[in-house]
Design a protein. Sequence first.
Length: 180
Amino acid sequence: MRQLNHPLKLVIYLFIISSFLFLSSKCKKEPQNQTPQLPPETQTGAGTFGCLVNGKVWLATSYFVDNPAIDNIAIYGINKGFDNKGNYINQNIGISVYKSLLKEGKYYLDNEPERWANFGDVVKFCDLRTIKDTNNYLQITRYDLVNRIIAGRFQFTTLPAPQDSCDQKIITKGVFDLKL
């Protein structure tokens, strides 16, 4: 009887060790802190809005399209939350074009009432408007009222107003794909 007890202890011992090894192993590696990427350029109403701000990826955590019955249509991306250092962020990028002008095509954002863009930072009390520059543009690649989709690209440069505490912002490689 004593000999049967010994193999049973060995089986239990091996079971405990294999269980420990199994439970302590991972099926997948946990993702490392991945650097944020710009969203792909799509035209499906995917709900994406992103760009580079002074060379760094800026992604909207929410968005809205202000589409009143008359006048301008305005597209806003909002980035609200905390950065990787724990600092509170509340920024927005807005682009506006007169609706009567709006169709698929390229629009220069020259800070006129019918074509403008801005970068706002609520935490730093900044509202930076576009400068007059032919490199500032909004390109609508899809404007579909039936499926309620607006998509495109943008880029612009701002200068702060004298009272603002923000530096110039250079917005490049902007893409959006939103529902109206």
